[in-house]
Design a protein around this ligand. Structure first.
Ligand code: BMA
Length: 327
């Protein structure tokens, strides 16, 4: 990829400064820790996020003391404080779905506009490896399971909230030939998936050279689907998980309108640098307040707690306008 910024060092640095200023950590982070949990938990992280009845709902990944994960709902009126954590797990592995045997992880939640229900894509950890499963709900109390959508190894998936030219679209991250790119696939019925394409590849040599994966669910904006994705660089002392941005065409989401050259958020605070897995910020849920232009991202910090960062959606879009087009 050639980029005009390489011809203009000053412009590139100004653009990077803009990237680094987009997100602000919530001053009382982390917002949820294992010690806040009403029952024993090793770690709480990587939550799906949505709004239900005007409240923010997080479906938090909870790792138990066997090392298996399940999902538990936490609700807050302002999305920041006074989290009410469900006293019991909300979604636990179901023995009828043998692919869930080793736990449920990293949910992403969308409101499916054609079906008028929430769709939760989560990682089921099967003997054959991690894969993506789907459940739907109206109230986050009872759920309908659809089972696996794609075979292992696959993670980091969300449905696109609207039908795209009459089909459902799934953004996901299979590992194929050892390569970890973001793919998009399509289905007429949420069951049969095809028309698979690479959407956002890793970039050799860059901060996101080793793996990329969808972060939060896609966010609808007038300019396209806003995609937050994690990028991994493997270093001598472990992997660093950071956050990048892309913008997809609303009607034809396999088309990339913009992709950020720089990361926009990375492990910096103590609670992101040190934990069960050091140097990880892993956003999995987003909520947008259209009245105040606030984008809130909820993320796993170092794989053992939940933290919050906010941005102005208009500033994020403004930054993306200055990014190169294409993958
Ligand atoms: C990924 C997933 C996430 C985890 C991240 C960092 O592969 O397993 O659940 O947060 O690694 O360890």
């Amino acid at each position: 990829m050639t980029h005009p910024h390489y011809q203009d060092w000053e412009a590139m640095l100004a653009h990077h400064e803009q990237a680094q200023g987009l997100f602000t950590r919530y001053e009382h982070n982390p917002i949820l820790r294992p010690e806040d949990w009403p029952y024993p938990a090793n770690s709480v992280f990587n939550p799906g996020a949505t709004t239900v009845d005007g409240e923010t709902l997080l479906l938090v990944r909870v790792e138990d003391l066997r090392g298996f994960s399940h999902l538990t709902a936490a609700r807050s009126k302002d999305g920041r404080t006074d989290w009410r954590i469900a006293p019991q797990p909300t979604l636990v592995p179901d023995i009828e779905f043998q692919e869930e045997q080793w736990g449920l992880e990293d949910p992403r939640i969308v409101w499916l506009t054609d079906r008028k229900e929430y769709a939760i894509t989560y990682v089921s950890f099967s003997r054959g490896g991690p894969l993506v499963s789907l459940a739907t709900t109206l109230d986050f109390r009872s759920f309908r399971r659809y089972g696996p959508l794609v075979p292992p190894e696959d993670k980091d998936a969300s449905l696109v909230p609207h039908l795209c030219k009459g089909r459902y679209a799934l953004i996901h991250r299979p590992i194929i030939r050892g390569e970890a790119h973001i793919w998009i696939s399509f289905s007429p019925d949420l069951k049969h998936w095809g028309d698979h394409r690479v959407l956002l590849p890793t970039r050799p040599g860059w901060w996101d050279n080793h793996k990329v994966g969808l972060a939060t669910q896609p966010i609808e904006t007038p300019e396209g689907w806003l995609i937050l994705y994690h990028g991994v660089r493997v270093t001598g002392s472990g992997s660093i998980y950071r956050l990048g941005l892309a913008l997809l065409d609303l009607e034809e989401p396999w088309k990339i309108i913009r992709r950020s050259p720089a990361w926009v958020f990375g492990p910096h605070a103590e609670y992101e640098r040190v934990g069960d897995v050091d140097d990880v910020v892993f956003p999995t849920g987003a909520v947008v307040d259209r009245d105040t232009d606030e984008l809130r991202i909820y993320y796993g910090a170092a794989d053992d707690k939940v933290a919050l960062a906010t941005a102005k959606l208009s500033e994020v879009l403004d930054y993306l306008r200055g990014c190169p087009d294409g993958p």
